[in-house]
Write a protein that binds this ligand. Structure first.
Ligand code: ZN
Length: 362
């Protein structure tokens, strides 16, 4: 089985198991029983919410560890995409779980507070809180979160640094800097991204990209990232996710009260409503995925067009795409359903076709 297909099947398996656990909590009565335990302790509400969520989420994190290890370590090694040690993988896994756990606790506490403060419009307030939170996270990403995992070093290889600076000037995109990150310690895959907001905005290129690509190919990838910046794609994606969140919370506000009664949960304010709320949000999120991916793919196409117009080097763009496909074991031609649910970038064959078309018309 191909790498891409195996990874996809494993992500479906993980998603299904998570959903099954969230459904089992109310069905088995565990969600209610655990709420009664919290009531017996008579803790302050924020402490009760935190303990309730931790008590249900933490054991599940450890139940999922073998699958996480298989997906993130065994498969990557089997396809020779990683030489990371078990210890390094374990440390990274712990860091990710700790961050995800903190984020989940913050969301649960915010939700409980908002549900009490504004029972009628909680869905709108919650979407606003998530939007502000995601803006803060985007801003902190390069300066607070990324340094927990990677070292960043300004790209100062004389000639390349100079070329990239000139290209950024030509694209009228002042950015805070171009940095290399040491991704090779965990993967041989190559990647690039525009990261941060405002004063923290920068282009990050992995060392696996910088060491294997020609200056022209790196310029093509870099120009694509500048395109995201120039065309204001980050604020647009934040707006899209804000609207999706508002839609998801609104659907929950309409659908949940009826569903809760089936499980003898008094109302949304009850702790026992949290697992069902999480399940509902994942379901609506899944339904919105094709739409979000479709919007993302159209922004990626615009960034590709921008890169081709600014560099006027379709051959280098095509060469970079082909290298990325080989190096990252990407599928050249995913099926339509697969594209809807898994591809926030157009497939490599479509990106190459666009560059060929550009080459033919210029
Ligand atoms: Zn992109």
């Amino acid at each position: 089985m191909s790498y891409a297909r195996l990874k996809r099947r494993l992500s479906i398996l993980a998603l299904t198991l998570d959903a099954a656990y969230l459904a089992l909590l109310p069905l088995s009565g565990l969600a209610l029983a655990w709420e009664q335990q919290m009531a017996a302790l008579s803790l302050p509400w924020a402490a009760a919410v935190s303990l309730y969520v931790t008590g249900l989420a933490l054991p599940w994190t450890w139940v999922m560890l073998p699958l996480d290890f298989y997906r993130g370590f065994v498969v990557e090694h089997r396809f020779r995409l990683s030489r990371e040690s078990r210890t390094a993988w374990a440390v990274r896994w712990l860091k990710i779980q700790a961050l995800a756990g903190l984020l989940m606790l913050a969301m649960a506490v915010a939700l409980s507070w908002i549900l009490r403060a504004s029972p009628a419009y909680w869905w709108a307030w919650m979407a606003l809180v998530c939007l502000v939170g995601s803006i803060a996270l985007t801003q902190w990403m390069p300066v607070v979160l990324m340094p927990l995992f990677y070292r960043q070093r300004p790209v100062d290889r004389d000639e390349l640094g100079e070329r990239l600076r000139r290209l950024a000037q030509r694209c009228q995109t002042p950015i805070q800097g171009v940095y290399e990150i040491d991704a090779s310690k965990e993967t041989s895959k190559a990647n690039a991204c525009l990261c941060g907001l405002g004063s923290t905005r920068r282009v990050l290129l992995t060392d696996t990209l910088l060491s294997r690509y020609t200056a022209e190919e790196i310029e093509a990838v870099f120009a694509h990232e500048l395109g995201h910046h120039r065309l204001h794609h980050l604020p647009q994606m934040i707006a899209v996710s804000g609207l999706s969140l508002a839609a998801a919370f609104w659907v929950m506000a309409q659908a949940l009260p009826g569903g809760l009664r089936l499980f003898h949960v008094q109302g949304l304010q009850c702790l026992a409503a949290l697992p069902l709320l999480a399940l509902g949000l994942s379901a609506v999120g899944l339904l919105l995925t094709p739409l979000q991916n479709g919007i993302s793919r159209s922004l990626e196409r615009a960034a590709d067009r921008f890169a081709l117009e600014m560099t006027r080097a379709p051959r280098a763009f095509i060469a970079a795409m082909q290298k990325l496909q080989e190096q990252n074991l990407a599928e050249p031609n995913p099926g339509r359903w697969v594209e809807w649910f898994w591809y926030d970038h157009p497939s490599i064959s479509k990106r190459v076709a666009m560059a060929r078309q550009f080459e033919g018309s210029h």
